[in-house]
Design a protein around this ligand. Structure first.
Ligand code: CP
Length: 307
């Protein structure tokens, strides 16, 4: 039985296979519309979500399966004190596969250790968000045709941004990528990412605090929101939230080939005027996420060779 808790749980070859499968599904979705007939996905969301939960549910429905779960743990027996471990043992009786989002780092790992069906980490605190990474990789691969030889800028909240941590973890596994980390001092990437992930990878990386200094050199700009819910102190959030705003002026400096990705939701870090720029692909990214999650569900259920 396989789980997806961190992007490292899949080898590069498996990720490449998953992206190839996502591409085949996108090309002919009807072919896959009954592969999961009779199977159930449980979405257990202890933290708010729009894209990830609905993308998973859409993916399972597109495959012919059904969905159960909760989008607000307050309406479940979690509010009576039930642990993640016990909840997962119960849901394993009801469902064939589980996607869980939880505010605590490590909760998805605990879930996988107590499950008798595959568990997918749909985001654990400020730690990892591997299916957003599959979404991002699918977007980059589909639109750029490669996952190596890219100069990738990450901008915004790189400290709490789990999508950033997961994507860096994934992109260091491909050759010749270069990373530009654009954030204020207070929101720099955690030292374990800098030292163990980037430092040990041999890939070049730089830290800067001005987007306009570097935007002209990037192949990919990965924008992120300053996450109010991760701050202990509202004053710090207010001081930092408007530090990086991508607008049409800054897009003029960027290469015509640069792509702008964002895991969404956005607050104000990308001006709405940028949405109509063909390089802004953050809404297309959501669609690539559905195909990536369809491919993931099939792989974890061992049904990827069925069609
Ligand atoms: N990208 C992402 O995780 O969005 P949601 O929080 O809406 O799921």
């Amino acid at each position: 039985m396989r789980h997806l808790i961190s992007p490292q749980d899949f080898s590069v070859e498996e990720i490449d296979e998953l992206l190839a499968l996502a591409g085949r599904i996108k090309a002919d979705p009807k072919k896959y519309s009954h592969v999961c007939d009779g199977l159930k996905l449980a979405t257990l969301f202890y933290e708010p979500s729009t894209r990830t939960r609905l993308s998973f549910e859409t993916a399972m429905i597109n495959l012919g399966g059904s969905i159960i779960g909760f989008s607000d743990a307050a309406n479940s027996s979690v509010s009576k004190g039930e642990t993640v471990a016990d909840t997962i043992k119960i849901i394993s009786i009801f469902a064939d596969i589980i996607a869980i989002r939880h505010p605590k780092e490590g909760a998805a790992l605990v879930a996988s250790q107590n499950a008798s069906v595959p568990v997918i980490n749909a985001g654990d605190g400020g730690h990892q968000h591997p299916t957003q990474t599959l979404t991002d990789l699918n977007t980059i691969y589909s639109l750029k045709g490669r996952l190596g030889g890219l100069k990738v800028g990450f901008c915004g909240d790189l400290k709490f941004g789990r999508t950033v941590h997961s994507l860096i973890n994934a992109l260091v596994r491909y050759p010749d990528n270069e990373f530009v980390l654009i954030s204020p001092d207070e929101l720099r990437v955690p030292s374990y990412i800098k030292n163990e992930v980037l430092g040990n990878s041999g890939h070049k990386f730089t830290e800067v605090d001005k987007l306009e200094q570097v935007i002209g050199d990037l192949d990919i700009l990965y924008m992120t929101r300053v996450q109010k819910e991760r701050f202990f102190n509202e004053e710090d959030y207010i001081r930092l939230k408007d530090r990086f705003i991508l607008d049409a002026e800054k897009m003029k400096i960027a290469s015509p080939e640069m792509l702008v990705l964002h895991p969404l939701p956005r607050v104000n870090e990308i001006a709405v005027e940028v949405d109509s720029d063909p390089r802004a692909v953050y809404f297309k990214q959501v669609e690539f996420g559905v195909y990536a999650r369809m491919a993931l569900i099939l792989m974890l259920l061992g049904l990827d060779k069925e069609v």
